[in-house]
Design a protein. Structure first.
Length: 259
């Protein structure tokens, strides 16, 4: 009898708890949803306003209270999912885009070339052209290397001849196909891309941040630069929608969603 009484003492609270949950579940089913909406909500629940370019620049200028000519930056969110299960490799989404209205001083473009290509490179606007003489200057360190002020350009046919410069020029200055500094044929466009262009690459989240001008630029100049950037980025397009959204910001201003 003592054992039976003890079992009732232990099991009874558990039975009561179970009955409570059953009753609450039945009561929940009887409650019908109403059409009334809460009068209180968070601002993050509202979709962000989309701006056209002209209005976005006006807003950013209103935030600029200093005499500094702030830099405009374009942030592009990419869709990396080719399908539900596979994500694209972001390391391939990179390049150099030519800005028709650049905001920095033109870089020095040095071209590795020989024979007839020497005259072609000069006509395309190269600052210096040569092969063995330039290689010797780099190896002897008599040529000062500036990562921001200079770029090297060559064609694929000369790739083997300059391979020994890889440890010196490294990734920033060594001609590379993905950056547009190793091309099939020398053209004015390929020289201008390095002279007035800017490099970009997507981060691991599929976001590209690239400076596209100054706040003092006319709207048409900014639009030309943005169009060139978007057209260049779209060359990496895979399946489905590639560019998800575009955000324009200034050095000290907010990020504004573009249409």
């Amino acid at each position: 009898m003592a054992h039976h009484s003890l079992w009732k003492m232990i099991s009874r609270p558990t039975m009561l708890i179970n009955r409570f949950y059953v009753a609450m579940a039945a009561k929940t089913k009887q409650i019908k949803p109403t059409d009334q909406k809460d009068s209180v909500t968070f601002s993050s629940n509202y979709p962000k306003e989309e701006y056209d370019l002209e209005k976005a620049i006006r807003v950013l200028k209103a935030y600029s209270l200093s005499r500094i000519d702030e830099t405009l930056e374009l942030s592009i969110k990419l869709n990396l999912m080719e399908n539900k299960d596979k994500q694209r490799d972001v390391s391939s989404i990179r390049g150099t885009v030519y800005l028709p209205n650049n905001y920095f001083k033109d870089r020095t473009v040095i071209v590795f070339a020989e024979g007839r290509d020497v005259e072609t490179a000069k006509n395309c606007g190269a600052s210096q052209v040569g092969m063995n003489d330039i290689i010797k200057q780099i190896e002897s360190k008599s040529m000062k290397l500036h990562k921001k002020k200079m770029r090297f350009l060559t064609t694929k046919s000369y790739a083997k001849k300059i391979r020994s410069l890889q440890p010196i020029l490294r990734a920033k200055l060594m001609p590379n196909k993905r950056k547009g500094s190793m091309v099939d044929e020398l053209t004015t466009e390929s020289v201008n891309r390095l002279k007035k262009g800017i490099e970009y690459k997507a981060d691991k989240n599929g976001i590209i941040n690239i400076a596209i001008g100054k706040l003092s630029f006319p709207v048409d100049d900014v639009k030309q630069n943005i169009d060139n950037v978007l057209n260049n980025v779209m060359t990496h397009k895979g399946k489905g929608r590639f560019i998800v959204k575009k955000v324009l910001s200034s050095t000290r201003g907010p990020g504004l969603l573009l249409k």
